[in-house]
Design a protein around this ligand. Structure first.
Ligand SMILES: [Zn+2]
Length: 135
């Protein structure tokens, strides 16, 4: 192999994005829109948390109200945790789009199935790695 060939190979390996701009653009728009929606829902859910209510009286509250509040807090914190996870995943996906690594499995480096990306645009692992990691 000549020097020139090596150079060419190296260049084509790093410079080729996985997906063309025409595919990445709508994906990134979709992710940005979803990110905004999720951030809004997260803010809303945090407000719904009864523990966030500053007018909440803790001394003379009836016990059934306390239980309600406990439940409400558990529910809202679970939801906001889930939303937070999705927000992070979407931010990461957007970062991968920027560096031209979108659609590449973080575990094995293979391309993620387009069908999978359609269903889960923020997926960072291919289907088989995701299945392995979930175990
Ligand atoms: Zn993989």
């Amino acid at each position: 192999m000549t020097k020139v060939d090596k150079k060419k190979l190296k260049k084509s390996k790093t410079a080729t994005p996985v997906f063309p701009e025409s595919v990445l653009k709508p994906v990134s728009n979709f992710l940005i829109a979803r990110l905004h929606t999720l951030e809004k829902s997260k803010k809303k859910i945090i407000k719904e948390d009864p523990f966030m209510d500053v007018n909440r009286g803790s001394d003379n509250a009836a016990s059934d109200i306390e239980a309600d509040e406990q439940f409400g807090h558990a529910r809202t914190s679970a939801i906001s945790k889930e939303l937070g996870k999705s927000i992070i995943n979407i931010r990461k996906a957007l970062a991968r789009i920027k560096v031209g690594k979108y659609g590449i499995c973080e575990e094995c480096g293979q391309m993620i199935d387009t069908a999978r990306l359609m269903a889960v645009p923020e997926a960072k692992f291919c289907a088989s790695c995701a299945a392995k990691l979930e175990k």
